[in-house]
Design a protein around this ligand. Sequence first.
Ligand SMILES: C[S@@+](CC[C@H](N)C(=O)[O-])C[C@H]1O[C@@H](n2cnc3c(N)ncnc32)[C@H](O)[C@@H]1O
Length: 401
Amino acid sequence: MTATAEHDLLHPSTPPCLHLLSAFLAMEPTDSLIALARECGGGRVTERVQRFIWDHCMVECSTQAGKLHAPYLKKFLKKLIAEVELNCGDVLDELYEHYAHFMTSLKDSDLERDNARVFKSISFLFPDGCLELTSCPESRKLMVPLHCSLNMLEGDTGCSVWPSSLYLSECILSFPDLFTNKSCFEVGSGVGLVGICLAHVKASKVILSDGDLSTLANMMVNLELNHISVETNMSETTEDPYMVKTVKCLHLPWESVSESELQNLKPDIILGADVIYDPICLPHLVRILALLLNQMKLESKGADGSVNGYCQGNGNGDKFDAFLAKRTDNSATNAGSKKGSMAFIATVIRTIDTFDKFCALLDSANLIIKDVTETLRPSNLLPYMQSYDRTAVRLFAISCK
Ligand SMILES: C[S@@+](CC[C@H](N)C(=O)[O-])C[C@H]1O[C@@H](n2cnc3c(N)ncnc32)[C@H](O)[C@@H]1O
């Protein structure tokens, strides 16, 4: 590769450099970063690539919202230096010096601390021809900074970013017309990523919820990080013109939420990502879905007793296809129309028995479920994220019979 060709590649807004930068900000595994760095240099981590990493990843990103996680930077620099040395290249002085600083100030075990909370950014990249974001149509990228945990296990479950919320976010951004001007309510919202995407596609109302108080507190931090004002059960917030939108955050444990608490929500669309995993919680989750979907079915009944929108059909799932085809093809005429509601649940099926139990509970509650993964396949907006296996996620639509 000629020097000019390589120079042309090293621009932060074009792949593969855009992918390297996005992967770095999303704290992708350091091996993925090295692979992308090699791609930037046409097979080698050249001096220009190192300069790009220093200028755009290490220096520029350190001035952005939230501090980059030092143990992660140390691990990346160690791999980067080893890669260059292995290929008999010259390591940039700045990279050596920065690594030496980490060597004296950090222990390797710091990275393994499983309670670490970090700032990372998820960059959704819009390929040409893909639907643009209504909130910033000129931009080909939506960057969502998040405060989250590196530990997906016990205790910090809701503060991690799960693959289904990445998938649901890609769906929202790929099919914005389905959600624009719709009142949306999410169960088990975790870090709040789905809600942030809903705010960007201009859902008329966004209500997020979680049963875990520390998760809820972290979710609010994330909304504010993304310039979204927060309204809670306790507070009424006045709209701030400098914020993207106001999102409501509710403490809503599925086991104890009362029918009257749910009555005022009246969502057009209910969402959930990676919420089908604990068999003990499932009856409570299904109770909430049934209450909300049936409430909206009753509200959407016409004077002649006929049912509009999502709840229309012969009960075998045809209504989902008809509805989705209509919505994805033609949004403008439907936007704002009040119809019965539908739930979209994205999930990785880890234990088939648990999923079967969920389906059986839906059936007893007079609800039907349809796999719409193929119908609503989103664009790949996270092409740099090798740690995210989008093929493992299924999307289900749930409605009343
Ligand atoms: C696996 S995490 C998924 C978080 C987020 N939706 C995502 O995909 O990144 C499950 C979420 O559901 C919440 N959750 C689990 N059981 C719950 C319950 N019984 N009531 C309310 N929320 C619950 C957890 O606190 C957690 O935030």
